[in-house]
Write a protein that binds this ligand. Sequence first.
Ligand code: 5GP
Ligand code: MN
Length: 387
Amino acid sequence: MGHGSDWDVHEGCEKHRENHNSVAHRTKVGRGNLLRMKPATNLLETASTVMTTAEARGTWNELAAMDLIVVTAHRSPDGDAVGSVLALTHHLREAGLNAEAVLPDRFPRNLNWLPGAEIIHFFDETPDSTTEILERADLIWCLDFNGPGRTGEMETTLVNSSAKKWVVDHHQFPEDFADHLFSDPACGSTCELVFDLIAGWGRLGLISQETAVCAYTGIMTDTGSFRFSSVSAHTHLVLSYLVGLGIDHAQIHEQTFDQRSLNQVQLEGHALSDKLHTWMDPGVAFIVLDLDTLERFNYQPGDTEGVVNRALALEGIRVAIFAKESKGGIFKISFRSVGDISVRDIAAEHFEGGGHRNAAGGIYRASSSQALIDHVESNVRNWFPNP
Ligand code: 5GP
Ligand code: MN
């Protein structure tokens, strides 16, 4: 993007120009100059190339003729899934369209405060009425997932619905199930892509506070609070636009990350002090929590979110693996890595899962947490020979 056009910071220095004609002075940005910046009028210039404006506008025109539009995301929805579903649903409803938000199951309670959280239909809680909505829909927006299997129990209903499926997603290797595919695996979040879509519709000026708050939250949670390598200059332009709308970003962080229960904090402490296994060569950390432990700390969904990143923060650790037992001898596994090490491949090949290069997930069937520890112990050097 040519910085001279959209972000013209020269004006404010005009009065100094005669005395201080150096380049440094003419381009210096202070708070006064920032206030004089023209708004970024063409955010799409730096946006993902998967979506042309013409294509985006085409989808908008089609929406007008639809009686019911559903917006959905993957099971065990995270901040990006819930945020993108709510952001898009709000925006469609505000345009006078009939839109319903549907999720396969409930999201972590630290997201309960999201504006509009109460309008979501959960497939596992109200299967009959949610099935009816999915069957009646003309269109199902599939956000933040690359294949119908990621919707768990909802998969059959989703696939069998005669509704068109339009996908907006940032996972690698999307499956062939979409009538329209807006996919950019280089993008840090689906919320950023939803924002770009709204920009492509020419509707940036119509983004409401509710949409902005939901989109900001999803970008924040999927980028580790704007720190992962997937964050781009464009991500920050989008954030700048959203913050410019007057949303309370400090409160969003606070409500999402700083309202943890004592049980939750103590479970994390226990996981790190008593349940952590490390292999400093090749730099892998592994934590497994069995059902007894989870019950001891009155585990609630979402309580262990972030534990895997604590393990990854250890000096010398390049891969962190977090496993949590669920009923029926199934362990849900989260993988995180830094740099070029792809945990997606390990998750896909050995744990019936997938995801992104640096953040992936899957499952493992084992009779006990010790069996899983033994499995990791005997394979870890093959999976990560030379990280
Ligand atoms: P988390 O560890 O936060 O549950 O998941 C991290 C990422 O891994 C998710 O954003 C998603 O892309 C991917 N992921 C997690 N679980 C699964 C799974 O069971 N299957 C697939 N294909 N991907 C998963
Ligand atoms: Mn996502």
